[in-house]
Write a protein that binds this ligand. Structure first.
Ligand code: URA
Length: 230
């Protein structure tokens, strides 16, 4: 009897992860913004970021201060993609932190979302000089990375902000005035997702009259989010 108990106890101890018990790292119970990402997803994101940082012969990278990879919750089912970082984003290494970002935050708040509930990235990860539009060649160079990025995040809703994101991911033969405000079912590798195209916040700052169209798109996103129980 005693021997049996001993065997059971040994089996039980073998199940315990000793690293957890004996390592002397403090447990951080206060860092609220850390999402528990499945290990393979966080590894894939890290690998993707490193691959971009290892890009050779890219002038954008040479001229930029920081890589702008992403912001938000990598576990989110809603992913937003913009064009490319500007000066503020380049300084901080985060997407949409300048004036356009402030408007984006307001747009998200209007449909009960915020940066912690979505995941945000750009077609291009380094700031183009003087905030110029990325060239076709630059978009072509970064396209495999953003496609992989979508595949890793695997969103149920993909929001393309502006015509650069739309042309890069949907095709060059479409115009945003005709494409916005519609759901398109698309596949990016293994990721099947509902895509919606809407105006870029920087465009809305230049053309405030278009905000009423943007509001229609935002309400469609809210409706879809509720329908999909996100
Ligand atoms: N505009 C974009 O498209 N992306 C950013 O990160 C900032 C501004």
């Amino acid at each position: 009897m005693l021997k049996n108990n001993k065997i059971k106890l040994i089996k039980y101890y073998n199940l315990i992860n000793h690293n957890l018990i004996y390592n002397n790292k403090a447990i951080n119970r206060y860092k609220k913004d850390i999402y528990e990402i499945p290990e393979d997803r966080s590894k894939s994101l890290e690998f993707l970021k490193k691959s971009i940082m290892n890009l050779k012969k890219c002038d954008l990278k040479k001229n930029a201060k920081n890589i702008v990879f992403s912001d938000g919750n990598p576990k989110s089912k809603i992913m937003l993609i913009g064009e490319a970082p500007g000066a503020n984003e380049d300084d901080e290494g985060l997407p949409f932190v300048g004036r356009a970002g402030m408007l984006l935050d307001k747009m998200l708040t209007a449909i009960n979302l915020d940066r912690k509930k979505v995941y945000i990235s750009n077609i291009i990860n380094y700031r183009p000089p003087e905030n110029r539009r990325p060239t076709d060649e630059e978009i072509k160079r970064y396209l495999p990375f953003i496609t992989k990025h979508i595949e890793i995040i695997n969103p149920k809703i993909l929001v393309l902000l502006g015509s650069t994101a739309m042309n890069a991911l949907i095709g060059n033969d479409v115009v945003i005035s005709k494409m916005r405000g519609k759901w398109i079912e698309k596949e990016f590798g293994n990721c099947k997702t509902s895509v919606i195209i809407t105006f870029h916040p920087a465009f809305l700052m230049r053309q405030p009259a278009q905000k009423k169209m943007s509001w229609i798109d935002l309400k469609m996103i809210r409706e879809k989010k509720n329908k999909l129980n996100i």
